[in-house]
Design a protein around this ligand. Structure first.
Ligand code: FDA
Length: 307
């Protein structure tokens, strides 16, 4: 309920205005976001690499409203990839399709495709890969069409499937059979009940089912969750399906369960941290506050103490 209310309220322009201008928001954002600039992201990747952790870097922003802005977002990724240098073995990029044009009223899908191709070429030249984030349910079909097209030229392009959607079991089967790199997450957006599981237990059960499908398949599973039970299940199913440590990975968000990230890496698992940077952090922050009461409490405590 709280999650739904927060995600719904976040669409209000007044609330956005308030949250983005409160001085306290900056402190809270610093916990979840690496910084404003590509240099901040590069520094974070370097620190993580020093701890044996890999990264996937997200230039914050979504629902881009013009072709020029969509192209500028792609340019930012391309510049970042050009600066990776030796860090390319430790970092890839995550791209939101609507940030590079998917939501544009005219030629949105074509614009997104062209921009993602440019980013994927830059990633290939740098020696790394791209993963397409998954946004709200209305974008899933278009995003999977993009993934299908792009994988013909960039077979290592990754994508995200969200366990809270009822359709995801079937999408997992298809992408596992195709040998794709798939990040499995629970899903951070709102969706109507006929499309999505609403109870936590149903979502967790769906995640467990999808995890098994991906692990048994021909692709590369990326288990994006902070949930201790699902992390443990991942290890068990990997052992049962004969997957070695390099045959799947865990993924977590920057600033969340950092001790667990290090523990898994020290135990020999491959762990990748999702590193967001940039000044357009509002949507990302709201999703983090909505998915976990402790994150919201952290924000409210900071608000109450005035720093
Ligand atoms: P959830 O939030 O349900 O928590 C389950 C349990 O985990 C908690 O009860 C607690 O025990 C433990 N836990 C969680 N956070 C903790 C913390 N900070 N400290 C201690 N314990 C904690 N979503 C999307 O829709 N599209 C996308 O493309 C992506 N991409 C993405 C990439 C990566 C790398 C990650 C990790 C996540 C995403 N997500 C996403 C977000 C995802 O869908 C989901 O909203 C969050 O990961 C929260 O769900 P969890 O599976 O982490 O568990």
């Amino acid at each position: 309920m709280l999650r739904q209310a927060l995600l719904a309220a976040s669409a209000s322009t007044q609330i956005r205005q308030l949250v983005t201008t409160l001085p306290v928001s900056r402190d809270v954002v610093a916990r979840f976001v690496a910084g404003d600039t590509a240099d901040d992201a590069l520094a974070a990747i370097g620190r993580l690499a020093g701890e044996g952790l890999q990264a996937t870097v997200d230039y914050l922003g979504e629902d881009t409203a013009s072709r020029e802005q969509a192209a500028a977002v792609a340019d930012e990724y391309i510049a970042l990839l050009g600066q990776l240098g030796g860090l390319a073995t430790a970092a890839e990029v995550s791209v939101k399709p609507t940030a590079v044009g998917l939501g544009l009223a005219e030629h949105g899908e074509k614009t997104a495709l062209e921009n993602i191709v440019r980013i994927a070429v830059a990633a290939r030249n740098a020696g790394t890969t791209v993963t397409l984030d998954m946004e709200d349910h209305s974008r899933v079909d278009a995003t999977l069409r993009l993934v299908g097209e792009l994988r013909a030229d960039f077979p290592d392009l990754g994508c995200v499937l969200q366990a809270y959607l009822r359709r995801t079991a079937a999408d997992c089967q298809a992408l596992a059979a195709a040998g794709a790199r798939v990040r499995l997450c629970k899903g951070a957006y709102e969706a109507p009940g006929d499309l999505a599981w609403s109870g936590r237990r149903d979502v967790d059960r769906s995640y467990a089912r999808c995890l098994r499908t991906l692990m048994r398949g021909a692709g590369y599973p990326m288990l994006a969750t902070h949930d201790p039970r699902l992390i443990e299940l991942g290890g068990v199913v990997a052992a049962m399906t004969g997957r070695g440590r390099a045959d799947f990975e865990y993924q977590m968000l920057y600033g969340l369960r950092t001790a667990e990230q290090r523990r898994l890496a020290a135990a020999g698992a491959r762990v990748r941290v999702y590193v967001p940077y940039g000044s357009d952090w509002y949507g990302y922050l709201v999703r983090r506050l909505a998915e976990r009461p402790a994150n919201l409490a952290f924000f409210l405590r900071a608000l109450a103490s005035g720093h």
